[in-house]
Design a protein around this ligand. Structure first.
Ligand code: G4P
Length: 526
């Protein structure tokens, strides 16, 4: 098969949701359709269980299990579909943001009872930054949820994207009868007989008398009115607007009951984008280019001290990746090759001899990689689009054992290269500040520093709520600002200056008083 045919076959996407909306359940159902797993429950082990949310060791163990499910590949309708897993736990939100840089599209799961929740808004912000195409799946229709029109309004206002329902529910909760497919003009019936779920498909025109026979008068009228309203209010579905990330098609269903999933998957296969071109600091890279390129979007450490190596996840962007071939590691300016890169077919790890754009390769790493690193066939370019977001919690790292300073230094550098947390340096007194999105990471870092690097530390909380990356119109203005602000200025790992703010008010005030200085909420501002 030629490279182009391989590219056309591939779809690489992530399922995102607020925890508990049904991401794991949906993933599992999709894998069942693709024949990648045989039994329900196979993906569950990957989920961080609620009982473990305050027990980081348990979470790390479960994250360990999740290496195998980081990428789930299955075949369906001649396509090779890669689902990139994203951790649902809020404290690992950064992992999710980074994974979103490696996909070509997203399915967003919403709980019909809860509607758009906080974490969903943040995730969609990341999708919008990159114009990632989004399909919305409104889940748990077997529960008494919110009015679908209200949910659609909320999606538009809170997520800042136009929506277009492609299916429409007939009732919810105990009365949930199924969905009507607006583009196929088919009724998908849903019935639970004791424990067995039955689904029936009937092709029907909404004006047909048979509709009343099938649904009863009340529901037939309601559906007809709803569909008229939908057609009147929402523009027709446009594939182009979807591909640009401007319009999200919406599906309704119930993942646990496997209802509405096939329609979702079939439409996904029809409309979702193939591997897309990607921006670099030099030029845009097309997947069809003959030379290989790719970038690291995730690094997974092995908690088992007997196996200290890490796994770096590479997204292939162009050309063909081959085992045992030298590739150029742009940041380190050296050539590297891999004896046993692996792939994730059918949730088993197996050695990958060759890979194509859209594929994700697992690479054993002994510390050569940092998140965002680029591999090429020699060209000096760096893939863009892996920003750091401001952490929310900041603590100073205090070394408890002066004899182990070197180990502490190495440990914290490596852990932050993995993306566990962000590291900042306060030049005054050479103090180290670690920023995270959740308290859990501090426990994780402390534990790993001790067990993997033999270094002991403690944390001193800092009164900072936000870090802003700084740029200036001219260098003297920046130098002056840095001099004036003293310990409110730190430097990130790439020596970019960062302003530590105690409150949003303080950012506003400093912005007003220093018009030549620009404050950025993500590290990607070039
Ligand atoms: P997540 O990955 O987004 O966090 O959600 P997950 O799929 O684990 O689903 C969260 C809970 O919602 C699970 O129940 C799951 O069974 C349930 N669920 C998923 N889809 C549906 C649906 O269509 N209808 C209803 N009523 N429930 C649904 P749990 O009790 O928390 O977990 P479990 O004990 O069932 O594993």
């Amino acid at each position: 098969m030629s490279n182009i045919e391989e590219i056309k076959k591939r779809r690489t996407f992530a399922i995102i949701s607020h925890p508990d909306a049904g991401k794991t359940t949906l993933t599992e159902k999709l894998l069942l359709f693709g024949g990648a797993i045989q039994t329900a429950g196979a993906v569950k082990s990957n989920k961080i269980k609620k009982t473990a949310t305050s027990d980081f060791m348990e979470i790390e163990k479960q994250r360990g299990i999740s290496v195998a499910t980081s990428v789930m590949t299955f075949e369906y309708r001649d396509l090779l579909i890669n689902i990139l897993d994203t951790p649902g736990h809020k404290d690992f939100a950064e992992d999710t943001y980074r994974t979103l840089t490696a996909v070509d599209s997203v399915i967003l799961v919403i709980d019909c009872v809860k509607g758009v929740e906080e974490q969903t808004e943040r995730l969609m912000e990341v999708c919008r930054m990159r114009n990632t195409p989004v399909i919305v799946f409104v889940n748990k229709l077997d529960r008494e949820g919110r009015n679908p029109f209200e949910l659609l309004d909320e999606l538009e206002t809170k997520l800042g994207i136009r929506v277009r329902p492609l299916t429409w529910p007939i009732n919810m909760g105990a009365d949930f009868k199924g969905v009507y497919s607006l583009f196929e003009e088919k009724l998908y019936f849903f019935k639970i007989n004791k424990t067995k779920i039955e689904s029936n498909v009937v092709e029907i025109n909404l004006g047909d008398d048979k509709l009343e026979e099938l649904l009863g008068l009340k529901d037939a009228i309601q559906l007809t009115e709803d569909v008229e309203l939908v057609e009147g209010v929402y523009d027709e579905f446009s594939n182009e607007a979807y591909a640009k990330g401007e319009l999200a098609p919406v599906f309704f269903g119930s993942a646990i009951n496997n209802f509405g999933i096939k329609e979702l998957l079939d439409t996904f296969c029809e409309i979702s984008p193939l591997p897309q071109p990607r921006a670099t600091d030099v030029r845009e890279v097309e997947p069809t280019e003959s030379k290989f390129s790719g970038f690291i979007f995730k690094i997974h450490a092995n908690l088992d001290p007997r196996h200290r190596d890490r796994i770096a996840f590479l997204r292939i962007c162009s050309g063909k990746f081959e085992r045992r071939t030298f590739y150029h590691h742009v940041r380190l300016n050296k050539d590297v090759r891999f004896a046993s890169p692996f792939t994730f077919m059918a949730s088993d790890k197996s050695v990958m001899d060759e890979g194509f754009p859209g594929d994700v390769v697992g690479l054993y790493d002994t510390g050569n990689f940092k998140i965002g690193d680029t591999l090429t066939e020699g060209e000096n370019l760096n893939f863009a689009g892996i920003p750091s977001f401001s952490p929310e919690i900041f603590k100073e790292l205090i070394n408890l054992d002066p004899m182990k300073s070197k180990q502490l230094e190495k440990g914290i550098q490596q852990l932050t290269d993995e993306g566990v947390a962000q590291l900042f340096n306060l030049d005054l007194g050479n103090r180290k500040v670690v920023g995270t999105v959740g308290e859990l990471q501090f426990d994780v870092i402390q534990y790993r520093l001790e067990h993997e690097y033999g270094a002991k530390c403690r944390w001193v909380p800092m009164n900072i709520t936000r870090a802003c990356w700084l740029t200036a119109d001219e260098k003297p203005a920046m130098d002056e600002f840095i001099r004036l602000k003293g310990n409110q200025i730190a430097f990130d790992k790439d020596r970019n200056p960062v302003f530590f703010a105690e409150s949003d008010w303080m950012i506003r005030m400093n912005r007003e008083n220093n018009p030549k200085i620009h404050f950025h909420f993500t590290s990607e501002f070039k």
